[in-house]
Ligand binder design. Structure first.
Ligand code: NAD
Length: 478
């Protein structure tokens, strides 16, 4: 018997949870359930995180969480419970299998069988955003080596366990050479440890286009957080319906399982929602807790039900379907098919699908880190970069020199284009003067001089060399 935590959520959440639990019970899942309340009611009771402290205790104690979708109330001040759960519990890996069920569910891609493994904690989703000037806001994109290693190793171990042949990586490292560059570099390092699995890399724009056009090219895709968020919905939708896909969120200690869709308030309370997404999440949960026999039995009964043309409204088509059913009737049909296997669709076999045990991350020895300069960001209302350069240079002593000014990343001094549109956010790059070495006190002197000169410094970013190699981007046009 495994203790699990469930939350019935909002909108269609309670209906699809009821249907899913009925199927789990009929199939003989050995689970003991603790229920917690999360979502809209909790938010509107004044808890801005949508979950009470006692509920966290239950989730952490049981370690396995099956969650229905929730509604995040509109308006500011409410933190997304989904994002918080993934981050607080360290659920670094989001796994979304997207498989078409041709010819029983209408799809343009009859042979699609893709698993998207999305990094779940980092990237632009760190939620570190600031307004810096009247006209400019920023969001920090943070990518870490342990974050990359964990998710990419997870993808290769997953491919190995599931007998999959290829892992594809999508990044935009032609533009983001440091952040996406690190993800791609770690992908190459880890791929080399798995010679039996093919690997390939796509720039995310063309990769996304190929995925939408020819998903049969792909097997497992490993991808940073933001691109993965978008592309996993695209993949689920083109496979048939977002109502059919489930996902797992895996951490070193805890795991959360859910449907990929939201709380669908437009169809709540009508017994018409498709419970398949949450059921797929529950099947992944059963595999994770070592009850693969039950997972296999339910998955095959579900395939048989789909194949028998017993469909909820979202996938119902008069040409393909035989019977339109409600949420609970669909659940009953799956129960009635327990013990049967599909004949046209391929039955699943879950022989060895338990949770993956990955080695702990090992930190590498520290690199030699040298200060190589500083970028000083200025809020300035002027329009002529030569004037800013003139003012800025007067603040510098003999040890440092101004090497470049950019505006939104584009070099505007020296030798800028007068056509470049400039906003009120300027970056002044300072390096050591010829024959000198940059040190932190140079930065403090510059900041003091900027304050004395009434220049509004909004932030500084140190420039480093790691093991002798410059580890920062050039200005565009530099
Ligand atoms: P949604 O996924 O709830 O609905 C999109 C469309 O798909 C709707 O037309 C809906 O009726 C349909 N749909 C979704 N699930 C279905 C199912 N199981 N059966 C049949 N049809 C289904 O997305 P939305 O409308 O953008 O968001 C509604 C709410 O859900 C929002 O408050 C949002 O914040 C929340 N949300 C929660 C989660 C989560 O808890 N994991 C994820 C996404 C959105």
């Amino acid at each position: 018997m495994t203790n699990i935590t469930i939350a019935r959520g909002d909108g269609i959440g309670p209906e699809i949870m009821e249907a899913t639990l009925k199927i789990l019970d009929a199939a003989g899942a050995k689970i003991a359930i603790d229920e917690i309340e999360v979502g809209e009611k909790v938010y509107l009771n004044g808890n801005s995180s949508g979950i009470a402290p006692e509920a966290w205790e239950t989730i952490k104690r049981n370690k396995i969480f099956l969650k229905s979708p929730i509604t995040t109330p509109q308006g500011g001040g409410y933190k997304s419970l989904n994002v918080s759960t993934r981050k607080f519990l360290g659920l670094y890996s989001n796994v979304r299998p997207c498989m078409s069920l041709h010819p029983f569910v209408s799809t343009k891609h009859p042979v699609m069988d893709v698993v998207i493994i999305r990094e779940n904690e980092e990237d632009l989703y760190a939620g570190i955003e600031h307004q810096q000037t009247d006209e400019v806001v920023q969001c920090l994109k943070l990518i870490s080596r342990p974050g990359c290693e964990k998710i990419i190793r997870y993808a290769f171990e997953y491919a190995k366990q599931q007998n999959r042949k290829k892992v594809s990586c999508f990044t935009k490292d032609n533009i983001m050479k440091q952040t996406d560059g690190l993800f791609h570099e770690v992908f190459n390092e880890i791929a080399a440890e798995y010679p039996e699995i093919q690997n390939e890399h796509f720039i995310v724009d063309i990769g996304a286009a190929r995925l939408a056009d020819s998903p049969e090219m792909f097997d497992v895709i490993v991808i940073p957080n933001l691109y993965g968020d978008i592309l996993s919905d695209v993949a689920a939708q083109i496979a048939g319906s977002v109502g059919l896909a489930g996902s797992s969120n895996i951490g070193e200690e805890c795991a959360m399982f859910e449907a990929i869709h939201g709380s669908a308030p437009n169809i709540a309370g009508q017994n018409i929602a498709n419970p398949s997404g949450l059921l797929q999440g529950a099947i992944m949960m059963l595999n994770h807790i070592g009850q693969s026999d039950v997972a296999e039995k339910i998955h095959n009964a579900w395939l048989k039900t789909i194949e028998a043309g017993i469909h909820t409204e979202d996938i119902y088509s008069p040409e393909i379907s035989r019977q339109k059913v409600g949420t609970l009737e669909f659940a009953q049909a799956v129960i009635d098919h327990l013990g049967q296997k599909p004949s046209a669709l391929k039955p699943v076999r879950y022989a060895n699908n338990a949770a993956l045990n990955l080695p702990k991350y090992k930190r590498k020895p520290a690199s030699l880190k040298e200060l190589d300069g500083v970028d000083i960001f200025i809020h300035w209302h002027g329009s002529d970069p030569n004037e800013l350069a003139q003012n800025f240079k007067q603040m510098l002593g003999a040890d440092t020199e101004l090497t470049m000014i950019t505006n939104r990343g584009i070099k505007v001094w020296p030798d800028g284009f007068k056509e470049t549109f400039c906003t009120d956010h300027w970056r002044c790059r300072v390096k050591a003067a010829s024959g000198k070495q940059m040190n932190p006190s140079n930065i403090i002197q510059i900041l003091q001089a900027a304050m004395d000169a009434n220049l509004d410094t909004i932030k500084t970013e140190n420039l480093y060399k790691f093991d002798g190699k410059a580890a920062y981007s050039l200005g565009q046009g530099q």
